[in-house]
Design a protein around this ligand. Sequence first.
Ligand code: AGP
Length: 559
Amino acid sequence: MCGIVGFIGKNAVSNAMEKLRLLQYRGYDSVGVGFVEDGEIRIEKAVGKVDELSVKSESVRAVAHTRWATHGKVCTRNAHPHASGENWAIVHNGIIENYSELATGKTVSDTDSEVIAQLLEKYGNGLGSVIACAQKLEGAFAVLALEKSGKIYAIKQKSPLFVSEKNGEVVFASDPVCFCGFSDTYYSFCDKECAVADENGVEFYSFSGERIAKTPQTLAVEYRASEKGDFDTFMHKEIYDIPLAQSRIEQTYLPAFVSEVVSDIRHADEVWFIGCGTAYHACLFAVCVFEKAGVRCRAFIASEFRYSDVVPTKNTLCVFVSQSGETADTLGALEKVAGVCKTVALTNVGYSALASAVNVCLPTLAGEERAVASTKAYACQIFVFDILASVLNNAEPVMQKLDKNGLDYIFEEAKRVVKSFDKNELFVLGRKADYVTALECALKVKEVSYVNANAYPTGELKHGFIALIEEGTEVLIFATDPILYKKSLHGARECKSRGAKITVVTTEPEMFEGVGNVVKVSSYLCSVAFAFAFALECAKKRNFDPDMPRNLAKSVTVE
Ligand code: AGP
């Protein structure tokens, strides 16, 4: 994870820091900047988010970093940039797997990254040293190396890196979102490529030193950096973005647009849906709706799948779900099946590694998602699956759209429920697709409010975890499936008889009268929105920042 920026041009330090702010979704436990001043490299670092560091400098060269710790605890010493002499300052995103073999002496930090600075000092100056260093490194790495001469060098292997140039200014970044307001075109680095930049522009080279000609790409409109607008957090704003995103999906996902994928699904022996975290929950939802449409399918957690013994046939269809399209485990799972069977991605980032590595890429169309907790991307993923299943069924999509009034009501209800919720533990129950919502709700609550929320299928109560239910235990039940209302009611009663405090989120409120708090929702998707709103209100009540929760990052680019 980690975000890296390099800037060549006027006010390089403040410009780099401003762009770094857009990359904080990649990690935000410490921050640092390296720049050249009076012919010397200067490095400033701080623990915390970008705003913790205030540096004034007229420098025209800077590299900056926002960290998500992998090696070494969160402290200024481990923050980037790292140096190992006077000639280089480096920022790194990724993991250097062979760092202990490469170390040329004692390191100051506990990081795997410092070894890059050591190697560069050892090899000397210029492109030759950078290439020699790149050839030694193993693992995943996007590196920016600031040389005392003022040149910035870049190295890329498996971690994302992009660059844009305009009128003598150059910007390197982990995400093209940093080019918004700078230029409409940029270059993507491929694996095993490096570059050198100064005020005359950028030159690209392979790891074996051959010059490479690259074609610029155009910055897509949906990747313009979004702002919070009238909302106090991105998570809140992004939940309210769902109705507009749904309209985009409806306009795009016409039968002709999905005909290839639908035909692939029809003709596959089995469809496997693969993802991590929230994206995995979307895979579970996909299984619910595709099984209904008569498709044989399975969902896999990508990190488990990649090391499992399951083997696809050439007629298996593998669908990878990922908001970022950068998740290392999902990419690892893709590597396992690439070339064996047809692969499809459902991703929100059209320029991502996942998007370019699959046979067919479907857009999630959620628009930029900044909050670490994924909300609108999940809503869009399940909306897309619902549309695909309806095309397979030759039926109308089942899922209803959200609207602003509906969301206002859901937030009022979430506030009401959260007002009396003050425990550090929560049981979240549901069956079939409602169990998927329970899983997603529990994950969101854990992520942003640090409450130990755990989801279970309601029917599993008496097979074990009912032992944990006692006087005052908080239980949240999702019940929107008419076939299972009665079964959910039994579960609610079983918990209530043991003193639990019940809240039921349901499309059939009358049935649950008397068991506890009842939240009436008008559709399945409203119950999903309630799950998001509930988590957000829990975070607010506890005074936590839901956009940047502790220990997390939005793009999990390490294994
Ligand atoms: C969601 O709220 C999480 N932050 C996390 O589970 C996320 O969904 C997961 O890391 C997968 O990310 P991806 O969709 O970008 O692959």
